[in-house]
Design a binder for this molecule. Structure first.
Ligand SMILES: [Zn+2]
Ligand SMILES: [Zn+2]
Length: 286
């Protein structure tokens, strides 16, 4: 398996329109490795696409992906779903009959029910089903399924409408969590599992762990709902992984590539396993 980071950003992309901070200026002048578009990951092998941010068409066009075996969703938030019009790439108004095929979309039952209640996402997907553009499969929240011989198991986060995915095949096993790690206590089973790669959201940079400088007030209300980088480090210390990749890196945290490599070094030393900060187009071998 090989992970391709299509988008390493979060809710706010880097560069952010009109922003002149060092991270945004680097991204504008130096190209995709310095950019952080919306959160999306492609898993080569089963050819899984996980989440479709607004920029997904640009991200897939610049990727090494050649097909979509199935598309999974972590949760309904707009930064993870707003690019779902991607599925119209199958549209064919020239062929008679149309030559388009279906894209498989597989979601746990709870994700489906929040798609029903949020932003008309399910209405939009049902339109694609009617047009023959997607095949929508709803699985139980803890139901394993297979894609091209790989086993996929949904892993529910503490935020109950959010799911990570454990993917297993060809003697490799990865754990992917796209966002919303806050409050998650890995189950005994997860803690006992050996993963080749674990992919997690980094959390907000409330304190710069390199300099020790506090960047966000300790009593800021945002920290009640948002995971911090220190809390993410605690989760990593509970998991058995060959290496970690941290993503969903928000522009307001202003993590330049220099700071990213400093953070990688520091976290690698603290966790005792390689920890890398993701950037767009990064490839990770499992
Ligand atoms: Zn997000
Ligand atoms: Zn900026």
């Amino acid at each position: 398996m090989r992970l391709e980071i299509l988008g390493s950003g979060g809710c706010v992309t880097t560069p952010r329109p009109f922003c002149g901070c060092p991270a945004c200026e680097q991204a504008r002048s130096n190209g995709p490795e310095y950019s952080r578009l919306g959160p999306s990951l492609f898993v080569h092998g089963p050819d899984l696409l996980i989440d479709t941010p607004e920029e997904i068409i640009i991200q897939l066009n610049r990727s090494r992906a050649g097909r979509i075996g199935a598309c999974l969703y972590s949760h309904w938030h707009p930064d993870h779903t707003a690019g779902r019009r991607l599925f119209e790439y199958r549209t064919d108004w020239v062929g008679r009959p149309p030559r388009h095929g279906c894209t498989n979309v597989i979601i746990p039952r709870t994700v489906a029910s929040t798609f029903e209640s949020s932003m008309s996402i399910m209405d939009h997907l049902k339109l694609f089903v009617r047009r023959g553009l997607i095949d929508l499969q709803i699985v139980d929240d803890d139901e394993e399924f297979t894609v091209d011989g790989y086993t996929v198991r949904p892993v529910r986060m503490a935020v109950e409408y959010v799911f990570g995915y454990e993917i297993h095949g060809n003697d490799k096993r990865v754990l992917i969590v796209m966002d919303e790690l806050k409050g998650w206590q890995p189950s005994d089973r997860v803690r006992a599992t050996r993963y080749d790669v674990v992919y997690l959201p980094i959390g907000v940079l409330d304190v710069n762990p390199v300099s020790g400088v506090r960047l966000i007030d300790a009593d800021h209300p945002m920290l009640k709902g948002e995971q911090t980088i220190g809390e993410t480090a605690e989760v990593m210390s509970q998991l058995d992984a060959g290496s970690f990749v941290l993503s969903h890196i928000e522009e307001p945290d202003c993590i330049t590539l220099d700071l990213a490599s400093d953070l990688s070094r520091l976290l690698t030393a603290r966790i005792g396993r390689p920890v890398r900060l993701a950037h767009d187009t990064m490839l990770v071998e499992a």
